[in-house]
Structure formats: C-alpha cells, structure tokens
Design a protein around this ligand. Sequence first.
Ligand SMILES: C[S@@+](CC[C@H](N)C(=O)[O-])C[C@H]1O[C@@H](n2cnc3c(N)ncnc32)[C@H](O)[C@@H]1O
Ligand code: SF4
Ligand code: SF4
Length: 344
Amino acid sequence: MKLLKKIPGMVGALQRHNRIVLPRLTFARLVNLCVLGIEMLFRRPKLISKPVVAKIEACSACNLSCEGCRSGHLIVEYPAGNMSTEDFGIVLDKMGKYLFEIVFYNWGEPLMNKKVPELVKMAHQHNISVIISTNLHYLTEEMGDRLLEAQLDKLIFCIDGWSQESYQQVRIGGDFDLVINNIKRFIDQRNKAGMKKPYLEWQYVVTQRNRPELAMARSAAGDWGVDRFVELVDWSQRLDDKSYFNGLDKAWEKMRGKRNRCFWLWSSIAMQYDGNVFPCCHVANKPYEDRIFGNLVSSSLDEVWNGPKYRMARQYLRSKRRIEEGDFICKECNTPPIFIEETK
Ligand SMILES: C[S@@+](CC[C@H](N)C(=O)[O-])C[C@H]1O[C@@H](n2cnc3c(N)ncnc32)[C@H](O)[C@@H]1O
Ligand code: SF4
Ligand code: SF4
C-alpha cells in the first residue's frame, strides 16, 4: 500500500530524469548504471561502478546573503574561487565517460564564473547534460547568448516574491527589478533563437510573507512559458515562524533512529572548483578540511571514489554496528527529507 502511494511521485521523478538520462545513454553508461544499482542494493563499500552525477562548484562565492542559505549566513567558509577550464578538462577525462549529468552549483553563484558557458560546452563534448541554478543577477544579455550558444540543458532560477519588499526578505541584497528583467530578456532570447533548451525551472522558497504573492509569480511563470514552477519549503527554518511550516520538524522526527538510506555515496560526488571532493552538497561547512574525501584533479578517480574516506562512510551506512573510529561527515547525518510542493 505504501509503495502504491509512492508510485505517482516515482513516475514524476523518472519523467524528469528521462529528459536528462535518455539522450545521454551510451553502452558504457548503461552497464555502469546496472552495476551501480546492484552495488547500491548491497551497499558495497568498494565499488566497481562510477558516479553518474557530479555536483561541481563553478564558483564558490556569492553576491547575495540569503537569509535561509548557508552561504548567506557565512556558514560555508570555503575559499572563494572559480573552476578553470584546465581543471575541468582533467576531471572530465577521468569520469566523463560515466556521467549523465553535471550540476554546476553547490553553495555559490555559478554565473559569477564567466567561463561557465565554456564549461557547459566541454561537458557536452563528453555527452553530459548540464544544469545551473542561479540568482539571475549575472544573467546579462551577453551571458544569455553564450549560454544559449552552449545549449545549456536546464536553468533553475530562484525568485521568491513578486515585489522588492518580499523578495529581499529571502534574497538579502537582491534586486527584484534586475532579476525580472534578466529572466524576461533571457526567455525572449531563447524564443527568438527558436530553442526549447534550456528547460526553465522557477523555484520559490515560500514564507508567510511572500505567500500572498505566490499566485502572481505563478501566473507570470505561465505567461512567460516557464516549464516548471516549484514551491520550496524553507529548509533553514529561519525565514518563517516555525508553526507555519513544521513539516521539516515532523519529517526529521520520523527519520530519527531509522537507518540512513542515503544514495549519494554510491551514485554521485560533490566537487569544489579546485577538485576537492565532498560526498554531497551538505558539506563545505565549517570545518570543511577534515571532510574532504579526496581531490579529483591531483588523484585518480579510483583513488578518491574507493579511497579510505568513501569506503569508511559506505561501511558506516551499511553496517548496523556503529563504527567508532574515523571522523567523517556521514556520521553526523541522516539523509535529509526533501520537501517540494509543486505545480506546473
Ligand atoms: C544554495 S543555492 C546555489 C545556487 C544559486 N546561488 C541560487 O541561489 O540558485 C542552491 C539552491 O538552494 C536553494 N535555497 C537557498 N536557500 C534555501 C532555503 N532556505 N530553503 C530552500 N531552498 C533554498 C536556492 O533556491 C537554490 O535553488
Ligand atoms: S544566491 Fe544562492 S548561494 Fe547565494 S546566498 Fe542566495 S541561495 Fe545562497
Ligand atoms: S553527509 Fe549524509 S547525505 Fe551526505 S553523503 Fe553522507 S550520509 Fe549521505
């Protein structure tokens, strides 16, 4: 019964991933995916299969100080920097064969790195889909043209409000008129070019204050031809009076004491612009130094992916017995619940 209830969500997720996965399917990737599925099922600590998704920080700095974000609250202390085409080329040579998708953001603003369109092209040369999430402040006309020319696959943008007043309560330092102009112009550019890509997703972190403006934002998304509109629950719980959205607390409560079902350790990596690898996007917080699982610019994929930290973390999640030795982030973590209410 429980499984039946999950089916519509699973079908939706599969449809969304189909767009990314199917066009990029090769024989090597299919074989790798099958082996990965089996290894994930048995929770093997040492893997034959390779990661299929990479979350790569194109730029670790950000121009905003969003109230609900770790970057905005300066909890992320990773030194500012941009991914270079040279280092990206080295990483692609090591793992591009297996990757379906690269996500060019973590805790920074990717479009502050002017080379992002070149990075997108490089990923495409390896037949990999690319997604960017942006606060839109750097989506100039020139950047728009370059992203269209690079045939970016998906652009996520975040506008949480329909006036400067409510928008800036979430996006501190943000300029509402600028981001509206930038996205409208970009959609015009895409339409004039007769392109369907990038797929456009509007994310709106809902708070008590911006909820009255939600209908207007959603209606604009429809008018402009945005492909998907997503309402996000504020994961930080700093933006609202807690009683308004208490879903997070309830879900965390449900997870407590349950076995961690995380799949990141078997399927994907999160990498900083300098090649340092974290197991997922939860990391890069203070203190980040001990949480680095390896470096993909200076080491081989196997040295990192099957290195001591990855193996210890997988062993930890696999075993019912608690491993005392070793200090790694997964020890402190329960797979986080994801809250997305969404409408088209
Ligand atoms: C940390 S941002 C990095 C990318 C880029 N700077 C941006 O804002 O899109 C990645 C994602 O986190 C989301 N996000 C930030 N703060 C949030 C919050 N408090 N609750 C839910 N999602 C949040 C953003 O909307 C964005 O989609
Ligand atoms: S723009 Fe993105 S990275 Fe920057 S503070 Fe806001 S949510 Fe965080
Ligand atoms: S920190 Fe948590 S979510 Fe991240 S890889 Fe480890 S167990 Fe998974």
